[in-house]
Ligand binder design. Structure first.
Ligand code: MSP
Length: 517
């Protein structure tokens, strides 16, 4: 049977500045989901990349005194380096300055023109370069120094120039109908109202070209204009599938996308503008957009001016890669805002990774090494307690599947931790160290049940902590070809007598002295 396709995307990141924790977070969530789906037998395409046009990037290049293309080459590379550091498994990395993207944007634009949804006029209104967004007078709020600012706090400037417009005002009803027919399109559910009330409030036509700078993709047949950077950026999701070729190949296989993962600040662009542009071009909108929350640092908003930007690479160097991957997805219900603190990081790392999971594996594997001839133990008949433990482990993936399809990563991890805690309870109740003297065959059975439970747990945790779980599975002599979810069920349990390598700790404790340096 052919595999079911699953296409997911990160936002493409502005290259005006180096990557920070927010960027790492969005991509991490996608990476975990992509890995999960691959292990679960899907044909996954996972896309990330960089958003390189627009006034914000052009200004940053000018401030550095370098040519915009050279500047974007340099910063885009930093995002690739981050992806390598974080062990992200994307299948493609798109840059909007690539030729394939120009072709795709040009084609999409022409399709919208052909259907009559773009017209030439002139724009007079407010623009925030930081958000690359237009704002109506009524949307502006009072800034700290009495000046009007965008609702995001970004400075606005008055812009007056000839512009092409997209007839967004005519799409309100069709968008509302689309949300109604596709109740899973906007997630989490709490975000739906926000979007619906924005649309119900009345949509204005959207300016989709600029003439006062030229770092962008020229409008077809009118190169006085460049395309609005959000129209350009959103189109990346179809460029990467070979658009404008739609009849064969990747577009036919993977579109509409299963999931666009975004931060809450860019929800409107993905759930109002993007589906409207697509429908206007005769293309189906994506299936789902999930908006996650924002991180603060020790209770403070993260900002360059406060000097508290968190560099994800520093975090990884301090705490370890899989520890950071685990923490970011465990600490906060996905969708809510979260706070990064060293205290919380160290607590989770020591409590849940070193103690709960690390100790479980180490206790069991070292007893096996010492008392079972360093091989998978030979078990006897299973008791009800043994069966209950094995059953709990073997159904883990079902609970996880549901959580992952809802992007409830914290909930998925909690499901696994319930099984880990149950396994620790089982070790204490069965006390294999006492059985060692009193009933060695029973000890072997208990250690078998535990080893098999650890195998199941390590397999389902691979998407979250790929390196550490690979290490744990190596220690159980599970071959790399036997690690996907089809090996969780009956008939794939550990084979008694299989020789095991020497055990080693997987999750070191973080020593507090290091934390106070
Ligand atoms: N270039 C646009 C996206 C275009 S997609 C067609 C953009 N880029 S961005 O680099 O500014 O932001 C990318 C992502 O990082 C957004 O999803 C944003 O929400 C996320 N984050 C930026 N700061 C963040 C935090 N402090 N916390 C969590 N995520 C945050 O927007």
């Amino acid at each position: 049977m052919p595999k079911t396709p699953y296409y997911l995307t990160t936002p493409i990141y502005y290259v005006n500045d180096a990557p920070h924790i927010g960027h790492a977070y969005t991509s991490l969530a996608c990476d975990v989901l992509a890995r999960f789906k691959r292990l679960d037998g899907f044909d996954v395409k996972f896309l990330t990349g960089t958003d390189e046009h627009g006034q914000k990037v052009e200004k940053s290049a000018q401030a550095k005194g370098i040519d915009a293309q050279a500047f974007t080459d340099e910063v885009s590379q930093k995002f690739r380096d981050l992806a390598d550091h974080m062990n992200f498994s994307h299948d493609d990395f798109i840059r909007t300055t690539e030729e394939r993207h120009k072709l795709s944007c040009t084609d999409l634009w022409k399709r919208i023109v052909d259907r009559g949804d773009i017209y030439l006029d002139s724009y007079g209104g407010w623009y925030a370069i930081r958000d690359e967004a237009f704002y109506g007078e009524g949307e502006l709020i009072d800034g700290p120094d009495g000046k009007k600012v965008a609702p995001s706090g970004a400075e606005v400037e008055w812009v007056e120039e000839p512009s092409y417009f997209f007839k967004l005002s005519e799409w309100g009803d069709r968008l509302l109908e689309f949300y109604e027919k596709n109740p899973d399109f906007i997630a989490p559910k709490s975000r739906l109202n926000e979007v619906v009330s924005f649309v119900k409030g009345g949509l204005h036509d959207l300016s989709v070209s600029r003439t006062t700078f030229n770092w962008g993709i020229p409008v077809p047949d009118d190169d006085e204009h460049i395309m609005y950077v959000w129209l350009d950026a959103l189109t990346n999701y179809i460029t990467a599938l070979g658009f404008p070729e739609t009849e064969t190949g990747e577009f036919a296989t993977y579109w509409p996308a299963d999931l666009h993962m975004v931060g809450k600040d860019i929800l409107r662009f993905h759930t109002v503008y993007w589906p409207a542009f697509l429908m206007a071009a005769g293309i189906e909108p994506p299936k789902r957009v999930f908006a996650h929350g924002w991180w603060t640092n020790e209770g403070e908003k993260i900002s360059k001016s406060l000097g508290n930007v968190i560099d994800p690479i520093d975090l990884v160097e301090t705490y370890g890669l899989d520890q950071v991957r685990y923490f970011l997805l465990r600490e906060v219900p996905f969708g809510n805002d979260g706070d990064f603190s060293r205290h919380a990081m160290v607590n989770r790392m020591n409590g849940e990774l070193a103690n709960d999971l690390g100790n479980l594996a180490q206790r069991v594997l070292s007893m096996v090494a010492k008392n079972c001839a360093a091989a998978v133990p030979v078990h006897g008949e299973f008791t009800d307690d043994d069966k209950a433990m094995l059953d709990q482990a073997s159904v883990l993936v079902n609970g996880l599947r549901k959580s992952m399809d809802e992007q409830a990563f914290h909930e998925g991890l909690e499901t696994v931790w319930k099984a880990i805690r149950a396994a620790n309870g089982y070790v204490d109740a069965q006390a294999p160290w006492t059985l060692k003297k009193e009933d060695p065959p029973r000890m072997a059975t208990v250690l078998y049940v535990l080893s098999e439970t650890i195998r199941q747990i390590a397999i389902v945790l691979q998407p979250f902590m790929p390196d550490s779980m690979a290490n744990m599975l190596d220690q159980l002599a599970v071959s790399p070809e036997h690690r996907d979810f089809s090996f969780l069920g009956q008939g794939h349990q550990l084979t008694p007598g299989t020789i095991l390598p020497a055990p080693q700790g997987v999750f070191p404790r973080f020593v507090e002295a290091d934390a106070d340096d």
